[in-house]
Design a protein around this ligand. Structure first.
Ligand code: PBG
Length: 332
């Protein structure tokens, strides 16, 4: 029979009661804003499938960072679009590569903004895969271990320029361990790793691939990213990354994987990030444009659901607009 006298609505009747019992408010301090930085000057190229998001050259990115910093955003995640691509993605670890130059400049101008760099090869290889491809026949093969050396090299080259945290996203086995070892050997024992641990082979990355110019030229990413059907495997991936030394683990995408976020938080209790990816962003923007959904409320509800599921950190292209609403006194 339960409690016949219990009426949950009693505490919903006025705004202050609702505030008093509110459990999960969005705070801008838990958000990370991603940026796409491109070689060149005075570039601000709109990404057609991501309204409001641009490929920026470094000069324009610096202006943007000044703005988001004033809005209270603490952390950014950087993706680079290099001037040329090759078989080994060498611009990813070049001393004067786009990310290396960008990180130095940002750290010089804004020493206290947290700069996180994506560690992957897909934007830098001529064939657009996250690892080194060995055989380019119908059935191509990724050379996992050769890729590990390159990922470690990329990570060191970013941290040497001042990156505060590295985020390996290639989904190669052993990538966290390889990067941890390389960082420690180079004396960067205090630089944390945020691992893209459970990264699913998702269609929701479509708009990102336009933004980062990283669409694979052949095949797909199913041989290294996770099968969308599997949750136990996701937890095993997360556990492995923790054992390999990850400081923060990530589930990606977020919205279709709230179950994984919830289970990972319950099981491991480690700082957990969720990536509210490009396709999730574009869906909201498209329906808002048609007037089918209230944009602001939809975004707040989506981001709240990710937080309520258990994410401590949310990486989202909505971060800047969220900061603007919160600053205007909007409800989190
Ligand atoms: C790969 C990477 C991807 C994203 C972040 N890092 C794309 C992919 O695996 O194709 C996707 C993020 C998004 O969709 O917003 N380096």
């Amino acid at each position: 029979m339960g409690y016949p006298e219990y009426r949950p609505r009693r505490l919903r009747q006025n705004e202050n009661f609702r505030k008093l019992i509110c459990q999960k408010k969005l705070s801008i301090e838990n958000f990370v804003m991603p940026f796409f930085v491109k070689e060149g000057k005075d570039i601000r190229l709109p990404i057609s499938s991501m309204p409001g998001i641009f490929q920026l050259s470094l000069d324009n990115l610096i202006k943007e960072i000044k703005e988001i910093k004033d809005l209270g955003i603490l952390a950014i995640l950087l993706f680079g679009i290099p001037k040329r691509k090759d078989e080994f993605g060498s611009q990813a670890y070049a001393k004067d590569g786009i990310i290396q130059k960008t990180v130095s400049k940002i750290k010089e101008k804004f020493p206290d903004i947290l700069v996180i760099t994506d560690i992957c090869l897909c934007e830098y290889t001529s064939y657009g895969h996250c690892g080194v491809v060995r055989k380019k026949a119908k059935f191509f093969e990724i050379d996992n271990d050769a890729t590990l050396d390159l990922l470690a090299k990329i990570a060191i080259s970013h941290v040497e320029k001042g990156a505060d945290m590295v985020a390996p996203s290639a989904m190669m086995d052993g990538q966290v361990k390889a990067i941890r070892k390389a960082l420690d050997r180079s004396g960067f024992i205090n630089t944390p790793i945020m691992a893209y641990s459970a990264k699913f082979s998702s269609c929701f990355y479509g708009p990102f691939r336009e933004a980062a110019e990283s669409k694979p030229k052949f095949g797909d990413r199913k041989s290294y990213q996770m099968d969308i059907h599997n949750s136990e495997e996701a937890l095993r991936e997360i556990e492995l990354d923790i054992q390999e030394g990850a400081d923060i683990v990530m589930v990606k995408p977020a919205l279709s994987y709230l179950d994984i976020i919830y289970k990972a938080k319950e099981r491991f209790g480690i700082p957990l990030a969720a990536y509210n990816v490009s396709g999730e962003f574009s869906m909201v923007k498209a329906s808002a444009r048609f007037g089918w959904l209230d944009e602001e409320k939809t975004i707040l509800e989506i981001l709240t659901s990710i937080k309520r599921a258990g994410a401590d950190i949310i990486i989202s292209y909505h971060t800047k607009e969220l900061a603007q609403w919160l600053k205007k006194g909007g409800e989190g």
